[in-house]
Ligand binder design. Structure first.
Ligand code: ASP
Length: 346
């Protein structure tokens, strides 16, 4: 990974609006029509939430940006060698699963029983094949297990013990639960069980996801998460639910969502973006903005998504104050966006 390359930061007028600056929900000022970034081959997210400037140290900022850049360059390297979008999204998500700063793989949050239960899904836009796992305990890279479910089983979604056994049978790295431990997530669990007087200002979301388009103009999407801190044992969010947290169709769009999973499931969010594009001819930025900044908030929750169409147009709408994300364009330019003021709401 090169850290020498300049990082261009995109700040739009919307991101600097007074409403955002005082912390109003982004949805309150959502206008019809979203913004779009062009010529993107791969985008990743590290969760929707709030990351105000000054809330992390320069070293933490560097760690986040380096991880996003590494994920982007890893996936884009595959794409430029002619690999399918599916390979790129899996590789990008693996990088973020291995990074303890994100809530996926190592660094995943704890459930009420102080365990890690991991969810992931992947979808291939070319033929609508997909694979997903929920409540995984001992698989180091759940996104690769999701892909194995897609390619080596006759199923789409596997859960719990059976999924971990399937991983072992197919040669994926087995790990004990302590591998996923980070002090920060442990503290978050203790805080959730016994809330401090002042809630932490930095998001504890940090689910990860990736969307890509390959040289054949096929798209793919992948999402991986530890879910929500202090979730009930057995709770499954939107991330492993095809159509809710993840969706890809090469005729429309690849989408990876982040936010309160229950509402993304009820709103069938990722598929809804694709359906709007398919049935109304909406552009990716308009479809994604409508679902994420209007429909999902109307159901009572906040979150965000990255949505990439086969022509390389990327939308990153969110109704939270921010969404950690990054993208790489056809010419190799990498942009990483962490702070609320770097991420326009739609
Ligand atoms: N959507 C994830 C879940 O509900 C959480 C997140 O995106 O932060 O499991």
């Amino acid at each position: 990974m090169s850290t020498q390359l300049p990082r261009r930061t995109v700040i739009t007028a919307a991101a600097l609006s007074p409403a955002l600056a005082v912390g109003a929900p982004a949805a309150a000022q959502a206008a019809p029509g979203g913004s779009v970034i062009r010529d993107v081959v791969l985008a990743v997210h590290g969760g929707a939430g709030s990351l105000p400037r000054g809330s992390i140290t320069p070293a933490q900022e560097k760690a986040y940006r380096d991880a996003l850049e590494k994920a982007l360059r890893t996936g884009a390297g595959l794409l430029s060698g002619g690999a399918p979008a599916l390979d790129a999204v899996e590789a990008a998500v693996r990088v973020l699963e291995d990074d303890p700063n994100f809530n996926a793989g190592k660094g995943a949050v704890f459930n009420t029983d102080a365990e890690h239960e991991l969810d992931a899904s992947i979808m291939n836009g070319k033929d609508l094949r997909s694979g997903a796992v929920a409540g995984v305990h001992n698989t180091r890279n759940p996104i690769s297990l999701a892909r194995m479910v897609m390619e080596r089983s006759r199923h789409v979604l596997m859960a719990g013990k059976g999924a971990d056994i399937f991983a072992l049978q197919n040669g994926l790295a087995y790990t004990t639960q302590d591998y996923f431990f980070t002090q920060r997530r442990w503290d978050a669990l203790l805080n959730a069980k016994n809330p401090p007087p002042v809630p932490p200002s930095v998001t504890e979301g940090q689910t990860v996801g990736a969307v890509a388009v390959d040289q054949g103009r096929d798209v793919a999407a992948a999402t991986s998460t530890g879910g929500l801190t202090n979730k009930l044992v057995g709770r499954v969010g939107d991330s492993p639910v095809i159509g809710a947290g993840t969706y890809a169709n090469s005729r429309t769009v690849a989408v990876s969502c982040t936010g309160t999973g229950e509402v993304f499931i009820r709103g069938v969010a990722a598929y809804d973006i694709s359906a709007l594009m398919e049935y109304t001819g909406a552009a990716v930025q308009d479809a994604a903005a409508k679902v994420i900044t209007q429909k999902i908030p109307a159901l009572g929750a906040t979150g965000g998504a990255i949505a990439l169409d086969p022509r390389g147009r990327l939308a990153t709408p969110h109704s939270t104050l921010g969404i950690i994300n990054g993208y790489i364009t056809r010419d190799g330019t990498v942009v990483t966006r962490l702070y609320n003021d770097e991420t326009p709401p739609h």
